[in-house]
Ligand binder design. Sequence first.
Ligand SMILES: Nc1nc2c(ncn2[C@@H]2O[C@H](COP(=O)(O)OP(=O)(O)OP(=O)(O)O)[C@@H](O)[C@H]2O)c(=O)[nH]1
Ligand SMILES: [Mg+2]
Length: 367
Amino acid sequence: MSIDIGIIGLAKSGRTAIFNALTGGEGTGKYSQEGSAPHIGTAKVPEPRLAVLADMLHPKKVVPASATYIDVGASVKDMAKDKGIGGQLLTQLSNVEALINVVRAFSDESIPHVEGSLDVERDIANMNLELTFSDLALLERRLKRLEVSLKGAKPPERSVLLREQEIIEKIKAELEKDVPVRELVLTDEETKALSSYQLLSAKPLLVVVNIGEDQLPQAESLAAELDSRYSQQKCRVTSICGELEMELAQLDDNAAEELSAEYGIKESGADRIIKLSYELLGLISFFTTASSEVKAWSIQGNTEAVKAAGKIHSDMERGFIRAEVISYNDLVKCGSLAEARKRGLLRLEGKSYIVQDGDVITFLFNV
Ligand SMILES: Nc1nc2c(ncn2[C@@H]2O[C@H](COP(=O)(O)OP(=O)(O)OP(=O)(O)O)[C@@H](O)[C@H]2O)c(=O)[nH]1
Ligand SMILES: [Mg+2]
């Protein structure tokens, strides 16, 4: 179980450097070629509470939650036009839960910018256009198919198709005004109707400004300024020095810490990026401690216990009996599960219990 995040951006913006910074560059070449096969890699989700639980419970294994990053290495505009390999990449991209748009801010005369000059705001706006363009093309294809289906449709089916047509027309009108779907306030019905299309402009977006080492002193103020302008419920901006952080990701912890201190980097860009992605996606963590393994899991806030169990195994969801729950804070106060049990702090919860961030849960199930 992992969340999937797609990396997009202009050619030579530093997508692969940032992919490598995020994933430690495991098993992939240093840089991909534009349009070649996508790079796929995973990263651990930083979760400080996991280490505290491990200290207390001495498990055999500690398993953090993970995120999967996909560096498609092609431009969205080209993918939308192409029915071959580009089309396959686009399908892969449309399956992710969030997008990272890498925007180049580093200057390097030996690497020409595809637009001829550096302009972060222009590049952010252009990527939004590429996403809305790609979605428009998809919705137009869907509308054509709907028209054909409507010709032979009988009354009950007909009204369903007509309603879908209405919703698509409404969204299309917004996209034509360059408004990404992520900025629209949609009804539940509209959200449901659109969910199967996996529209790119509907996905939470993290704009990652790729700065050069010389820009590090201004990194925070630059990102904060852009974030205050672009930040919305489903959009955030941050900055990272892709090339430097890619090197950091390849060092052991001590060497990385030393080099970070030298450059005045307080928190790794990779950690910051994943935290922001979690915020954007509304994800929370819960923990399990069964079989001498302490594991962190990520779920959407407002998830019922039975669905959370399903994240671990479909059998657990099907055969769900109840959940034994204690909050992380209560468990830390007690010092052990046995003590928590003695003090009556372990609660028995049913299927519809809403899992809270930090819950430590044992699922009881029967299959
Ligand atoms: N000076 C400087 N160069 C960088 C930085 N990040 C990336 N580069 C360079 O920019 C070039 C492109 O970086 P990549 O990470 O390959 O960018 P990309 O978007 O994956 O590029 P393509 O997939 O080839 O289109 C490489 O030569 C990198 O060394 C940076 O922060 N500073
Ligand atoms: Mg690349």
